[in-house]
Design a protein around this ligand. Structure first.
Ligand code: SF4
Length: 208
């Protein structure tokens, strides 16, 4: 973790940078929902437009869905996502007193929220321990040999056993950046890797 942090410490993914700025669980949740299958810069720009118009659940819940679609376009699946963030806002108002719930189980009851999003809201929004596992985290944790798992959910459970809790919050951001820059899905750049000495390179058939 120290090697990754010294390489990528100032280069966190967009959601982490946004959370560091706002520390607002609701905005982290909305950004996370917009970011699914969407490039960072597109999510950033959509969030920038949305923030000029609305920042609170009551504001988004009251917006016409067509206006939301227009604001968040061109994020992937923008029509579905407009409906999702409107419904999530309404649920937070009606069932949670206007506050984003603070437990994974409650977060998972919100429309469109899976384990990755729930963990990101916990870690980036509330600074509570959690491990958000996406394809980068799943792939790299297995390549390193830290876990031996088949699904992101299994990886999350296994990491909770082997990773010291002090690293949980930063693990996602560091591995996502590492996965984009060095430990790419196909032919990772092992010769430039800051953790090569600790890596089992499990399942890596081709590298540069
Ligand atoms: S040594 Fe290669 S496989 Fe292992 S973490 Fe680094 S880039 Fe990924």
């Amino acid at each position: 973790m120290r090697s990754l942090r010294s390489r990528y410490g100032e280069d966190a993914p967009a959601l982490t940078l946004m959370a560091a700025k706002d520390r607002d669980p609701f905005l982290v949740l909305i950004a996370c929902l917009l970011s699914l299958r969407t490039k960072d810069e597109v999510t950033d720009q959509a969030m920038g437009r949305l923030l000029k118009r609305a920042r609170r659940p009551e504001e988004i819940a009251a917006m016409p869905v067509e206006e939301l679609e227009k604001i968040i376009y061109p994020v992937g699946f923008y029509r579905n996502k407009a409906r999702t963030i409107k419904e999530v806002s309404r649920t937070i108002l009606q069932s949670h007193g206007g506050l984003v719930p603070r437990t994974i189980d409650e977060l998972l009851t919100l429309r469109g929220v899976g384990r990755k999003t729930a963990n990101i809201v916990l870690t980036e929004g509330f600074q509570q321990p959690g491990i958000a596992v996406d394809t980068h985290v799943h792939r790299i944790s297995n390549r390193l040999g830290a876990v031996k798992t088949k699904t992101p959910h299994e990886t999350e459970k296994a990491l909770r056993q082997v990773l010291p809790q002090q690293y949980w919050i930063s693990y996602n951001a560091l591995l996502v950046t590492h996965g984009r820059r060095i430990c790419r899905p196909i032919s990772p750049l092992c010769s430039q890797c800051p953790v090569q000495a600790y890596c089992g390179r499990i399942g890596v058939l081709r590298s540069r």
